[in-house]
Write a protein that binds this ligand. Sequence first.
Ligand code: HSE
Length: 428
Amino acid sequence: MTEPLRIGIAGLGTVGAGVVKIVRQKANLLAARAGRPVAITAVSARTRDKDRGVSLNDYTWEDDPVALARRDDIDVFVELMGGSDGPAKAATEAAIATGKDVVTANKAMLAHHGQALAEAAEDAGRVLRFEAAVAGGIPVVKALTEGLAGNDVTRVMGVMNGTCNYILTRMQSAGLPYEAVFDEANSLGFLEADPTLDVGGIDAGHKLALLASVAFGTRVDFGSVELEGIEQITIADIRHAADMGFRIKLLGVSQMTGRGLEQRMSPCLVPENSPLGQLEGGTNMCVLEGDMVEQVVLRGPGAGEGPTASAVMADVIDIARGTRLSTFGQSAATLSHARPAKAATPAPFYLRMALDDKPGALAKVATVLGEAGISIDRMRQYRHDDSTAPVLIVTHKTTRNALDSALAAMSRLDVVDGTPVALRIETV
Ligand code: HSE
């Protein structure tokens, strides 16, 4: 019989346990698809005595993930610990240095060290794969690396943090404020240990930086992702946006422009009847656009045991089959340094502000916008009982720079109460 592919798994949380279950329960299917059996040799986690819903008795236990990575009886090191540095990175480096292929779900590690790790793997003749790191069960890395390999990718977009999409859609459906839904998401166990990773857009920003690298053949540049979270989104914004036919999504967009690579992860308005607008709850969606294919939309679960383990196994089976793809779709040595283009692409914007209800207030705001070269597309003032009037403005396409200068001028007016909310409207 063909030699089995021997894997060692570091990290036995939800995803790790899911991978163990697939290997145990689908042995025949995996062997048929890979052309050889897939076997777990050794495992490692912080705590040994914990009920994970699956037996680990057949596997050697290692307390130290680096020791696991160095073992002679594994071919593939499966890194499911998480964390950008520390044990995950040390163990990944040890695995590569001792001749193992690596499969990881660790977006933070690759967002910060992806280039160095991919180069190390390449120099050692090993592969480093990360399907599970981006959008959970959606095979988006494979779609870009393989299915769309014949395209010049023009734009990638995605809702890639299920927790944020849950919070935003729940605010809308239940009419609840952000804080209440945040607490609810927390009690349901949706939030990362550090919730800022979710609601601050960082987790989704990591994923976008990885996708951009695969899409555009550029080195991962997480530091250039323009990041904005959802903490400032109010139920009023959600209602007003809905009133105008939009939904608010934490949306990642990356595109190559004449001025360089644009990468932004921020709350955006999208048309309510678009695929992104209709995305509910914790589901993720990736929209891939290429010159030949036009547009491909992938929708699926972005987290959870089964979906994420499914993505890990896709990479493991590739390795078992002998399919040896570069980490970011081409040799790491050939990935280019993209010039970051901050807010390069013009777009319409949604503005919400509280205006003093006195003569000439609206005229002053309109003048400021006009002086910045920004044209108003639609405007609405809501009925109110107090001395400030809620005003919504949808602009025609403008640049973020022009908008920022208008917002700065508005802050100097004596009629605008507080800071206006400004959200980009993304055409999809
Ligand atoms: N916390 C992420 C999400 C899943 O809510 O989508 C892990 O990246």
